[in-house]
Design a protein around this ligand. Sequence first.
Ligand code: EPZ
Length: 417
Amino acid sequence: MDKLRVRKSLGLKGEIRISGAKNAALPLVCAGLLTSDKLILENVPVLKDISTLALLLGGMGAKVDFANNRMEIDAGSVNSYEAPYDLVKTMRASVMVLGPLVARFGEAKVSLPGGCAIGARPVDQHIKGLELMGAEITIEHGYIKARAKRLKGARIVMDMVTVTGTENLLMAAVLADGVTTLENSAREPEVTDLADCLVKMGAKIEGIGTDTLVVTGVERLHGATHAVIADRIEAGTYAIAAAITQGDLTLTHARPDTMGAIIDKLIQAGCTIDSGDNWLKVAMSRRPTSVDIKTQPYPLFPTDMQAQFMALNTIADGSAVCAETIFENRYMHVPELCRMGANIAVDGNLALVKGVDTLYGATVMATDLRASASLVLAGLVANGDTMVERVYHLDRGYEGMEVKLSRVGADVIRIKD
Ligand code: EPZ
């Protein structure tokens, strides 16, 4: 398994091009199942998870071409409606083929995704919504089996804000017979990006960007061309790289308008921020100030930035409290950061981070992609080599992290195993 060797790299300087968002591209690929025409996606990041999903659709009989960040999906010849365990277990977002398959073909057999390192991650809301829309669902031998002559519009109130739950049910509703109201919908920009693409495909959706989506089902959707929205979490990660190394980075092809809560915390930490429609400049000229963090659904501070901001707080001036309210086990980066000399105490979903003057390089290992990113960020300011193992986690969500960081002066190399 590849490793990254990270060495102290103060004062990162230059430009980083932000890629399309993994968490927008994944539902958008699934949306390709909703039409027999071609769906063309541009600005698709080259990531393991995206390739895995393309494989899954290929296994169902769809034709998927993916080159130069452009993906063409032709689901005209889909003849299998199954998402097997061996693929779903590696990429839980595969559960998002469930809604499109039932909506278009009236049946689906999708492996339950199971938990992962950060939590149990149940999909009860996905199932509840489909049942309200008339799908007959059974859970057998670890698989969700769903059937429906034609889904019908329904009023669905989700018990909690769920991003892929909202996306799955939105994709089911666009071909249902009648009007579906999705209340307590997630408002993440990736959900909005999916809705925007569905509208281009002929879907009728009101309330895009709000917590209540009203969908009037149509008979069929047609093809479209859609560019994946910029990845706000990748951009946030490199913004932290600028802050933690007291550097000055300009992030291009970004969407600062989707990063309000992240930018607000960076300013509180002492960053100087400048931005335009599609770029964000982050500069830091001093030791950061500790900043309290509480993760919440969009538009508030995203859980996917919690580990990265904790890395910044480990070397900040002061103490900060971090509250992780979305997932029950998203502090796996903490023991690894502590091995690098950080001073962090965890109690339930709270972490108290006392800033220290120095971190020390170590061999560290992460178990989820954002935890891995936080270890790389810590390595950029640690004395000595930091070897980040299990880099396949990073490769799932970051397009060429070591390349992008090296280009702005970071001493980061990939050691092929
Ligand atoms: C999406 O996961 C993202 N993944 C995650 O990003 C992100 O951390 C998460 O949303 C929260 O923003 C993709 O979009 C592919 P949820 P998702 O359903 O949809 C509970 C990354 O690092 N819940 O919004 O799976 C759930 O357990 C990944 O890129 C239920 O109880 O998350 C969690 O506590 C990690 N029942 C909370 O809701 C359900 O049916 C939010 O989960 C669904 C969710």
